[in-house]
Write a protein of this length. Structure first.
Length: 481
């Protein structure tokens, strides 16, 4: 196959060149009726079409979409690739639907993305959560240890598979080949949430991609590091441990019946760009990131996550394009530092947590972007230095007891209850706090007194909370028994 092709992109432009009478949706008619602010992008909007002759159908691909997916499969080393227009979230959800039936167990890292919750609710699966390694210096989660995975496989012989994160949001990878070997030894499939690792195959200075490590399925957010439009992703299958037919059915159920051809075309074009220019673009990005790392590592009060913090089970490798910058010893939270950078220096970072900033140097990052970041942090150190370092976070409570599956808790009647009265009740919602990005509660888990005390501390510090109906944590929604 010729990786210089972009068959879907070419078919869309060929369709536009024929100057059809467009008596079909979408209503803006290739940009003719678009609102005034978008008049300047009418050329792109011409490609916002629907399932017309010659443009194929994502839910039954036989033409240009099928070929575009086949080109992606060849490039990434998959047996079959599916284009996703509902983000990596839909890929993770579909894989859990393909693997599990109600009540069946699946092994999951506790720091899995919230897409996993949707998959558990749809499938009715019973999660077996494994605790990831914590890098205490940064207060963040890394990967699973081989020991934890081996123990879980022995204790749960009927589990339908193992999900891994490769890499984490912080760019950390575990010893994935070893984890895959442990699971395959007992014929269990391994599926990878590789949302932040689509660029790994294209430069030798990056961690090995999940498919190369032997996983049976991988979901990648092409838009995050590969250059496609936001919300466009890829799902790869390899081997026969994950049922292709069930996966396709799940995707057909979950994905929009009116998929965006702009998203699909961006996947095709981004795949071609990675195939033809990916190494060159990533070499430049890695070089810029290394320069920034060298400068920032010399600033007092600033600590960067590096190879010296790894070399332990669960923390095997690091993506050099992702800089984790701890501002803890400046006496600032990551949230405060991110606000200062945006307000005073016109710098937007990828993410902030209590201790850290996460900075992504991607294929489109410019030297000016990096210079503004460096200048902003240099001046922040000068202005804000001299404070007392942030204190350590209280120890996170142990994993709660699961009383119901997430699906059972989701479907059960529930009501809000003041946080101080929640001990002993079953949680009906998802509660995640950063640091360390590990959900404190899943639907169906019992809320213990230690958890209430910890959440009161979270509330006092106004930490970022995701999931609950009341993000201020005055109350939690609990199951009505």
């Amino acid at each position: 196959m010729n990786q210089r092709e972009a068959p879907l992109l070419a078919a869309l432009y060929a369709h536009c060149a024929r100057d059809y009478a467009h008596l079909h949706v979408p209503a803006h008619r290739q940009g003719e009726a678009v609102f005034p602010e978008w008049q300047g992008v009418k050329e792109i909007l011409q490609l916002d079409l629907t399932e017309l002759p010659g443009l194929d159908d994502l839910h039954r691909p036989e033409g240009v979409i099928a070929r575009a997916q086949a080109l992606a499969a060849e490039l990434f080393g998959a047996g079959q690739t599916f284009f996703l227009v509902n983000g990596s979230t839909v890929g993770i959800t579909a894989l859990l639907l393909a693997l599990c039936r109600p009540g069946e167990e699946v092994l999951l890292p506790r720091n899995a993305h919230r897409a996993v919750l949707g998959g558990l609710i749809f499938s009715g699966a019973r999660p077996v959560f494994l605790e990831p390694v914590i890098l205490e210096e940064f207060g963040i989660a890394a990967g699973l240890t081989p020991r934890a995975v081996a123990g879980a496989l022995e204790e749960h012989p009927l589990a339908k598979g193992l999900l891994v994160i490769h890499p984490t949001y912080y760019g950390i990878t575990g010893d994935l080949p070893r984890l895959v070997g442990l699971a395959h030894r007992v014929n269990k499939p391994v599926v990878a949430d590789e949302a932040h690792g689509v660029h790994f195959p294209f430069y030798e200075g990056l961690p090995p991609p999940a498919l190369q490590c032997g996983v049976d399925a991988a979901v990648q957010s092409m838009h995050k590091m590969g250059g496609s439009l936001t919300q466009s992703s890829l799902l790869h299958l390899k081997g026969n441990r994950v049922d292709v037919r069930k996966t396709a059915w799940a995707l057909s159920l979950l994905q929009s019946s009116s998929p965006s051809y702009l998203l699909l075309a961006s996947l095709d074009g981004a795949r071609r760009q990675l195939a033809t220019k990916g190494r060159e673009m990533l070499e430049r990005a890695v070089g810029l990131a290394r320069e920034v790392r060298q400068i920032l590592s010399r600033l007092p009060g600033i600590t960067l996550l590096g190879e010296e913090h790894l070399g332990r089970p669960g923390a095997h490798g690091l993506d050099p394009t992702r800089l984790v910058v701890s501002v803890r010893f400046l006496g600032l939270t990551g949230y405060q530092a991110a606000r200062i950078l945006a307000r005073d220096y016109r710098v937007q970072v990828e993410m902030a947590d209590y201790y850290n900033l996460v900075v992504v140097v991607g294929i489109g990052t410019t030297r000016r972007d990096c210079d503004l970041l460096v200048r902003g942090l240099q001046e922040m150190v000068h202005r804000e230095g001299g404070r007392q370092p942030l204190g350590a976070c209280p120890e996170r409570p142990p994993l709660p007891l699961a009383r119901l599956t997430p699906r059972q808790a989701w479907l059960a009647p529930s009501r809000p209850l003041p946080l101080e009265e929640c001990a002993g009740h079953i949680c009906a919602e998802w509660v995640n706090v950063s640091p360390p990005g590990i959900p404190l509660l899943y639907p169906g888990e019992e809320i213990g007194p230690e958890m209430v005390e910890y959440l009161q501390w979270v509330r006092k510090l106004s930490l970022l909370v995701q999931g609950p109906e009341d993000p201020g944590l005055a109350s939690l929604r609990v199951v009505v028994c």
